[in-house]
Design a protein around this ligand. Structure first.
Ligand code: COA
Length: 313
């Protein structure tokens, strides 16, 4: 079915760990409020000198090493991000320079917010299938420095997010199952930020919650239908790590045990496009994600956007 095989993963978190208790010292909030509503207990923020690029490079280096792939074999470097350090050049180009990827590598960023990594996987698959890339491997990154968009006096948003990067090395696998489903509900109000009039991230939390719980189960079922698979044929469900309650509500709608859905937002908060590759890396390094297994990844977020794809480990 010409799907993607996951050959290696990596992750990089910045050095400044901030717990819920740390926030409670400067904001009218508490560990109990944040934990009960979101599952998040701590997150990492960039310290002086740490950037979206430095995190992406750290994660990418690990992923190449894990995959046993040389920089010279990479035909595509694609970074999903909505918080690149600069508007240009693309973050992926700075990764190319830092890792010594060949000059024949196509490097580009995409912004689909928290759906970004899933969209980048589908983009990578299409480009690999197109046959014009100079190498058979794609380096797919999710890298975010969301702290640059946070208002640290707004308790309703700043406690939810974190910085980080995750990376995956993939190649085409004719035997791997594939299906991809995407959607967009253009809405500039529900979740937005980074513009001249709205420099900080702002959102209607309840509307985002409702949107995710309504859309993601339908998306997951559509991916499975397209691939001719049932949920039982999927070994792991790796969703965007925004909120534990969102994942549990999605699990309930799909009549699945919550334990089937990987969760790590307690350690990292919501790292947007980086959350799924960070989760894949944790699972792989813990021996939870084994060769030959099938993973369904689904993202959702600003746009509003959503998407789901399959991966063969
Ligand atoms: N600590 C304590 N109280 C807080 C708080 C915080 N960090 N943030 C908000 N509150 C307060 C609100 O001001 C409100 O107070 P009020 O009733 O006096 O006005 C109260 O808590 C309830 O707020 P509400 O927004 O109704 O809470 P909620 O139960 O919906 O939970 C979210 C809020 C943000 C945790 C929840 O809506 C959510 O997780 N939404 C999804 C957000 C998300 O994941 N976005 C990214 C998706 S990619």
């Amino acid at each position: 079915m010409n799907g993607l095989q996951l050959l290696g993963t990596g992750r990089c978190l910045p050095s400044r760990r901030v717990t819920n208790e740390d926030f409670a010292r400067t904001l009218d909030t508490s560990d109990a409020w944040i934990t009960e509503r979101t599952g998040i207990r701590q997150r990492y923020f960039c310290a002086e000198g740490e950037t979206a690029v430095s995190l992406a490079v750290g994660a990418a280096r690990q992923a190449l090493e894990d995959a046993g792939v040389q920089p010279g074999q990479v035909g595509l470097c694609i970074a999903a991000t909505f918080t690149a350090d600069r508007r240009t050049p693309a973050l992926a180009c700075e990764v190319q320079a830092a890792l010594g990827l060949p000059q024949t590598t196509l490097c580009l960023d995409i912004n689909a917010a928290c759906t970004g990594f899933v969209a980048a996987l589908e983009t990578a698959r299409c480009l690999l299938l197109g046959g014009q890339l100079a190498g058979p491997y794609a380096l797919v990154l999710g890298a975010e420095k969301i702290s640059s968009l946070l208002d640290f006096s707004d308790r309703s948003t700043c406690v939810l997010f974190g910085d980080g990067a995750g990376a995956a090395v993939v190649r085409l696998d004719p035997q791997a199952p594939w299906a991809a489903v995407f959607g967009t509900r253009g809405d500039g109000q529900v979740l937005h930020g980074g513009g001249p009039e709205d420099p900080y991230l702002a959102m209607d939390g309840r509307a985002v919650f409702r949107f995710a719980v309504e859309t993601v189960p339908v998306c997951i079922r559509a991916v499975l239908d397209k691939a001719g698979l049932t949920l039982d044929a999927v070994d792991h469900l790796v969703l965007h790590q925004a909120n534990s309650r969102i994942i549990h509500s999605i699990a309930k709608k799909l009549e699945q045990a919550p334990a089937r859905f990987y969760e790590n937002m307690q350690r990292y908060g919501n790292t947007s496009a980086a959350s799924i590759p960070i989760a894949l890396d944790e699972m792989r390094r813990a021996g939870q994600l084994c060769p030959g297994q099938t993973v369904l990844c689904a993202g959702f977020g600003a746009g509003l956007t959503w998407g789901g794809v399959l991966l063969r480990a």
